[in-house]
Write a protein that binds this ligand. Sequence first.
Ligand code: SF4
Ligand code: SF4
Length: 478
Amino acid sequence: EKRLPAARRYIVERKLNEHLRGDEDHLGIVMQGGLWNTTLRGLHVLGLADTRGRTPVPLLVLNAIHPLVPEELIDFLRDKRRVLVVEEGMPNYIERELKALAHEARLGVEIQGKDVFSPHGEYVPQLVIDGLRRFLVSAGMKAQSSGAIEDRYHALTAHREKIAAVLPEPVAKRPPSFCTGCPERPVFSALKILRQREPAIGDTHVAADIGCSTFSTQAPFNVGNSVLGYGMGLASSSAVSPLFGKRTIAVMGDGGFWHNGLTNGVANAMYNRQDSVLVILDNFYAAATGQHHVPSTGKNARNEPLAMTIPAALRGLGVKWIRTVNSYRIAEVMGTLREALTTRVPGLKVVIARNECMLERQRREKPRLRQHAAAGREVVQARFGVDPDVCTGDHSCMRLNGCPSLTLRESADPLREDPIAHVDDTCVGCGVCGEVAHAAVLCPSFYEVRVITNPTRWTRFVSRMRVAVIRRLAAATA
Ligand code: SF4
Ligand code: SF4
């Protein structure tokens, strides 16, 4: 009784909702504030708004969608013949409320919304533009003829028919995944290999977490049985662990660990003597939100040095079994996980898999290397490749890796129908391709090369010597 009227007064007094008047006063559009950009963009491409958002179509932009203010809505509807509601989500509360208000106030306005757009799904530009076109053409405009609106719409969408002719089947969706060379990916390669090759140990409940590491729940890893919330993996696994009959694994990033995993996960596990394994992916930042600094980054947001570390925080809570591994060394990660899952030591076991977020590293390294190359200095970059003569095209490396730079190409061998693996130019040489092939005992197709820009005389000399030795050896064994 008090709060709703007070909220409505607040909305009106602060002018939270915007009523933008226009010359086409027989019609109007009511929209959720969040759909203003899409709607204005739609009007613009149909020739009914300029790039500054000025339009002859009257608009009511509801930046506050609860509570609705009946006086505002009736004021907008009055004297209009047609009104369109752009409202994402179902049920269509705004559209229903408008219809009820118009009925009570005996206004002769026709209100449309979901029937013009769609009762379900996201209000993507394609859907909004099509709905706007249909509404505006049927309502009739003074500023633009219906034919002109249709012509613009056709020009905008004509390419779709061509695409449909070229691609009769929808293109397969590619699940979002870790960046090229991400240091978190190999940890999930290790978990997947362990699960496949040693199911008695590795096939257990994995509580995933929020962050880049959530990609592990998607193909090709499909590692992660549950996701509760940011930093909540270990806390959630405490409910499962006692019932599971074997040790479970919780995986969280360093961001999740500092956010609340330290308290509600680790402190809770120590308090309840939880016998399970925690894997912390220490990539030095809260990477998924934009490489924000965390306490273990080594510097705070003002770049002042810090000495806070994850092992010190764990030891502070009494964790004794802590191992730190290089996340790119898959065999080492597997060995440490095996040990954590089988050791007789009771209580919480923590494996910290460390390496810097590759996205952040490349943002720093690429400009530096470009500068060095431009200055004529020698620059050496590692790259991986696949020997097309050795690759059998069974793609087992991809099922354990999923790096965007590891892709497919047609085999030049007419006897092989399947496409073969191929590493494209975006490879950053993290080495995981070779590590996966080694740890999972795959075919020896992968090779590593060094791409050298501005080689020095010494580098050229060594290269010539190597070529000469290889030629002699090849001739001797031919
Ligand atoms: S942002 Fe960093 S941690 Fe996240 S997927 Fe990319 S490389 Fe990995
Ligand atoms: S070595 Fe393999 S996993 Fe690493 S960046 Fe290159 S293609 Fe990707």
